[in-house]
Design a binder for this molecule. Structure first.
Ligand code: GAR
Length: 214
């Protein structure tokens, strides 16, 4: 049994990485303001890799510290080094991938051991990669969902913190299914972050186990 999550006694500083719409980021921001993350976490910086990402504009509107490092055409390791330096500058405790559609370099992952979380819109290990909701729909799954997990060096692979399952309805199409999964994502991510910042967990192999408070 290993215990990466030393109990946290201060408000955790989150570094949000996003590429697009940013609805998961906004759900996290809302739950910091008045929900399950209130008093547990703060957003230290929002970083985008796409200039016109709506999530970046939303973060600016909220008056949060933001940074843009355009990744297109850049070597992965160089781009990631800039992002890592920015996260360190902002003294980030936990890196939150919120629709960050870019693979991370091994150097970046090593710089934040067990401190990077991702949300993926499938019940992993099924349907990794892009358009996971469409993959699940077209496969004919009758259950779909989302997964929040630690990030390791393999795609959509690290230790699972929590999953949320929903039925696929006969009336669904890929779009309606994705929308209903997204509703789950918005509460699942905040809950997973709260669990991790509590520090009350350990790993048993690939299993994430919660430790009851003494
Ligand atoms: C979300 O559905 C998230 O799970 C997915 O991108 C969407 C981002 O939406 N992430 C991945 O597929 C990562 N593999 P958002 O920008 O509105 O949060």
């Amino acid at each position: 049994m290993s215990r990466p999550g030393a109990a946290q006694h201060r408000v955790a500083r989150l570094g949000i990485l996003l590429s697009g719409r940013g609805s998961n980021f906004l759900a996290i921001a809302k739950s910091i303001e008045s929900g399950s993350l209130k008093g547990l976490a703060d957003i230290a910086v929002v970083i985008a890799n796409v200039e016109d990402a709506p999530g970046l504009a939303a973060a600016r509107e909220l008056g949060l510290p933001t940074a843009l490092f355009v990744s297109k055409g850049r070597k992965r390791a160089e781009h990631d080094a800039d992002v890592a330096a920015c996260l360190s500058e902002h003294e980030v405790d936990l890196v939150i991938l919120a629709g960050y559609m870019r693979l991370l370099s091994p150097e970046f992952i090593a710089a934040f051991p067990n401190r990077i979380l991702n949300i993926h819109p499938s019940l992993l290990p099924a349907f990794t990669g892009l358009d996971a909701q469409t993959q699940a729909f077209e496969y004919g799954c009758t259950v779909a969902g989302c997964t929040v997990h630690f990030v390791d060096e393999h795609l959509d692979h690290g230790v699972i913190i929590l999953q949320r399952a929903i039925p696929v309805l006969e009336t669904d199409d890929a779009h309606s299914l994705a929308e209903r999964i997204l509703v789950e994502e918005h509460t699942a991510y905040a809950e997973a972050i709260a669990r991790v910042v509590s520090g009350q967990y350990c790993f048993e192999g690939r299993r994430y186990l919660r430790i009851a408070e003494a």
